[in-house]
Design a protein around this ligand. Sequence first.
Ligand code: GLA
Length: 406
Amino acid sequence: MINGMQERETLRVKNLFKEKFSYTPTHLVKAPGRLELLGNHTDYNQGLVMSLAVDKYIFIASSPRSDGYVELVSSAFPEREKFSISELKKNPAAPWADYVKGVLAELRKAGVHFGGFDAAIHGTVPMGAGMSSSAALEVATALTMRQLYPYTVTEAGSTVPPKRDEKGELRSLRLDEKLNLARLCQRAENQYVGVQSGILDQVSSLFGKEFHALEIDCQQLSVDHVPMIGDIAIFICNSGVKHSLVGGEYNELRVMCESAAKKIGVKALRAVDSKMLADNKSKLTEREYQCAYHIVGEIQRVIFGARALREDDFAQFGQYMFQSHESSRDFFGNSTKELDLLVEIARQHPAILGARLTGGGFGGATINLIKRDGIEDFSKYMSAEYKRRSDHEMTPLFCQIVDGAS
Ligand code: GLA
């Protein structure tokens, strides 16, 4: 089923390209969206986080052009965006193109040489649901550029580009290259778009593995794959309340965490455990303490959660998900009444194992881990109950765990 769906969407992006540019694209890439499974806002605190790459993608069909211009079209936005590669300026009329321009700007800073191109963008990652459509677009852009103008980036900048084989294919990305690309895309988001997000989204989109959760150590920048196979299913319930990290709330939380770490005398909250936090409570404002309390607890829950997953103990893992949501709601303050309601409703269903908000918060979606035999009933029940209690329409979205971008 996945492949059938992907083929259809691939065809759509190719057709979009043909329709808008009147010729056939030479390259096609896809990058998945991600779900944060456990560990909320831990990434920029150099903590631990678990995530999944899922079968909702950003697809880009492209072809090089020789006049130094880039022309972008998207299935989601009517306006066409055209700019010169020497003028990577924001256009307030097409903010969606900022993610592409941000990656180009970072590639340029890394010393990568590139020319212009035409590209059609099409996505199945719901926007504003906290599934990182933006990171998927950044990663898809970076991979498109690698196809069009092969490059290799190291920590120090660009180096010898990869060669195409006899079939014209490039070798797959090495792990260190994936990490460098994830960092580059994160810089695009931090510096060009202006959201001070961590590395979770880009790493998840690049490192995803079918049937596996990612356990990411954001201090070591290492990724472990933990099998997530069993009679379980993952659903997303979108609250229908818009989530946009371009708003300032996300950056404000980051500032709180960083000032708490500074006052405690550590580089990042990763270095703090519960006792140290309690001992330093008097140095912090109430808000800083609450934020730090959430982060310290979340990092612990990831350690315990990964252990539970390795033992196939989904019931225990689900309990950590509920606890994580409560901590977001009660301490971190990034939940909403709709997200709380979705978790509360889900909790009452017999098939539920765990539910929590996923991603930045302030709207967006919940992630639900359920027993596989409850799929149909859970879906109907959630739609009906959420409609009854909030007046919002919502259809839970079934998600499969997939490989990372290619
Ligand atoms: C957003 C950010 C990530 C991460 C999550 C919260 O998705 O982009 O870097 O901080 O929120 O865990």
